[in-house]
Every structure is written in structure tokens, then in C-alpha cells.
Design a protein around this ligand. Structure first.
Ligand code: DP6
Length: 325
């Protein structure tokens, strides 16, 4: 009763920010992402009647209690689905081309959901797998699929209509996503905590909710017509708006560091010189830059020239979950 799955991480173009149900990981708004080819998690799950407890190894080391608890709580949901109480050994590796800064709960919970359900021989559809992965970390529901992926927020209280689906395959439109790793301190507020505080306290959160679904529709139109400039403008503005809601939280949340702002200005300068590059930033200081493959080299080299940039990793749209036999 053992299986191994690989899931790529994803970067949100239209962000998920805020939950309407924290136990079921139900979002306040729908979101849209690109699954990336260069960052992924490989997870092996083995269930055995001889195991007397669950154990979780992350990058070959026994995980901390905090990391393990999240994983074991999630595993209980899988056990409930399968009607078993067997314990498991979980070995997870985050394969990222750099030492730090890009570990991802999206690829982590997508790979865990896939490996655990396969090990227990549960025959889940992709939609069911997406719904399950969502309950480990919201953004994980999008990593089940490759390419351009939409997570429909759903309206039901049981979450049965809150899952992701692919809107365009990774082979249908190649764009470049440059992951910019900055010299920065570890972040102090997790996404989970950041979004909770924002929903509860930010007076700007209602402005986010009243415009995000329109941003999503426009982004989908831009993707379907392969209009890169239109997509870039919406993506950048949507990220700025999400961070603006956090600045209004009490206490305020600021994920950006000096290097993040340098990259923002740099991207604006590139655009004024006629290069179509756009940025997005998640709940942390690092920046992702979108550009067309023809401009990838010039954007890459120019980013490396910035003082606070440690590393730039070039990604392209990647695939959905894969299993290793
Ligand atoms: C800013 O999915 O990490 O990256 O559901 O609490 O685990 P939890 O949060 P998580 O939040 C991701 C937030 C974001 C935007 C996004 O990926 O859509």
C-alpha cells in the first residue's frame, strides 16, 4: 500500500485571498493560476498495519511538529474517505533549484493527496482530487492540473462545488515566468494567518471582493485570445490590490522587502523601454515576473543585475499530477 506522486507548484495570476470556511478551506473568491514546470514536490506515502503512528519526513529529515500536524490532520481526511485507520509513513521532497525560499504548500498538498489516495486505492476523479487537496492548502487544489487553471470558489457550504479545473493546457500557450529570489528575511506571517487577519480587519477587503471576479473574467478572456499585454496588466493590478488589502489590516501586513520594490520599479522601467514584462507577488517578498519567451533572456539578465536579487529561475507552464510506478 504505497504510492509516489509528483505535483508542480503554481503561481496565482488572480489571487486567492480570504476564506469563508477555514476548516474546509473554502475561499471568498475564485482564482486563476499557472502551474510551473520547475518547482515540484515528490511524495511517497506508505500505509501499513505494522506502523503504530504516522511519521513525516521532509527533505530527508523528520519534520517539525508544526509541519507534521498539518500533514496528519490532512491524512485523517484521506483515511475517513477510505474508511481505514492504518498509519502511514510519508516522505516528501521539495525539488526546487535553489536552497531556500520557494517551498510550497500547493505542490506539497497536491502530491500528498495524490500519493495517499493512490496508496489506499481510492479511485478519485481529478475533480475529487482537487477538492481533497484544497483541504490541505487552498492553492493546492490548482496544482492537480497543468497549464492555466481556474479555482471556482463555489457557493455550497459543504464545499462540493469548490474545485479547480484546467482552462488551457500547458502546451497551448508558452509564456515565461521568472522566479526572482531576493535577499530577504523569512516571512513572519503565514498566508493562512495573513488572509484571516485581512478578512477580519481590513476596511479594503470589500473593495477586493467587489472587483476580483471581474479581474478573473478579464484574465480568462486575455488567456483565451492569447493577449499577453492585457493579461499582464490585470495580473499586476490584481497582485497590487491584494497587497493593498493587507496594508489595511490591523495590525498591517507588509510582505515586501526592499528588493521587492526594486524589482517592481525595474519592471516598470523595462515596460517604458518597450519590453512587455509584468510582476506578481504572493504572501512573501519574492517576485515572479511574466514575459514572452522571446524576451526571457533580456529580462533574466536585467533582473540579475539588481543588488538584492540572489537568483532568478526561469519557468514555463508545467503539467498536472504525475505518478511514479
Ligand atoms: C497569496 O493556499 O498557502 O499565494 O489555504 O491557508 O493554505 P492556505 O493558503 P495558501 O494561500 C495562497 C495565497 C496566495 C495566493 C494564491 O496562491 O492564490
Amino acid at each position: 500500500m504505497k504510492a509516489t506522486a509528483i505535483a508542480n507548484t503554481n503561481i496565482a495570476l488572480i489571487k486567492y485571498w480570504g476564506k469563508r470556511d477555514e476548516t474546509l478551506f473554502l475561499p471568498m473568491n475564485s482564482s486563476l493560476s499557472i502551474t510551473l514546470d520547475s518547482f515540484f514536490t515528490v511524495t511517497t506515502v506508505e500505509f501499513c498495519k505494522n506502523f503504530d503512528k504516522d511519521v513525516f519526513f521532509l527533505n530527508e529529515l523528520q519534520a517539525t511538529d508544526k509541519e507534521s500536524n498539518k500533514v496528519f490532520i490532512f491524512l485523517n481526511k484521506v483515511r475517513d474517505l477510505a474508511g481505514t485507520n492504518l498509519h502511514a509513513r510519508i516522505c516528501s521532497e521539495n525539488r526546487v533549484p535553489t536552497a531556500a525560499g520557494f517551498a510550497s504548500s500547493a505542490s506539497g498538498f497536491a502530491a500528498l493527496a495524490a500519493a495517499a489516495t493512490r496508496a489506499l486505492e481510492l479511485q478519485l476523479s481529478e475533480k475529487e482530487l482537487s477538492m481533497l487537496a484544497r483541504q490541505g492548502s487552498g492553492s493546492a487544489c490548482r496544482s492537480v492540473y497543468g497549464g492555466f487553471v481556474e479555482w471556482q470558489k463555489g457557493i455550497q457550504i459543504d464545499g462540493k462545488d469548490s474545485f479547480a479545473k484546467q482552462i488551457l493546457s500547458e502546451k497551448s500557450w508558452d509564456i515565461s515566468i521568472l522566479s526572482v529570489l531576493l535577499v530577504a528575511e523569512p516571512k513572519k506571517v503565514s498566508s493562512t494567518e495573513g488572509m484571516k487577519r485581512t478578512v477580519k480587519t481590513s476596511p479594503f477587503y470589500s473593495g477586493w471582493l467587489s472587483t476580483v471576479e471581474k479581474d478573473l473574467e478579464e484574465a480568462k478572456e486575455a488567456i483565451s485570445s492569447r493577449d499577453f499585454e492585457k493579461l499582464g496588466i490585470i495580473v499586476e493590478a490584481n497582485a497590487m490590490k491584494m497587497h493593498a488589502t493587507m496594508l489595511g489590516a490591523n495590525p498591517p501586513i507588509l510582505y515586501w522587502q526592499k528588493g521587492s520594490i526594486d524589482v517592481i520599479h525595474h519592471i516598470h522601467k523595462l515596460r517604458s523601454e518597450g519590453i512587455y514584462a509584468y510582476f506578481t507577488i504572493d504572501a512573501g517578498p519574492n517576485v515572479k515576473v511574466l514575459c514572452l519567451p522571446k524576451d526571457e533572456k533580456i529580462v533574466y539578465e536585467s533582473l540579475l543585475s539588481l543588488t538584492d536579487v540572489q537568483e532568478v529561475i526561469i519557468c514555463h507552464p508545467g503539467s498536472g499530477i504525475k505518478y511514479l510506478e
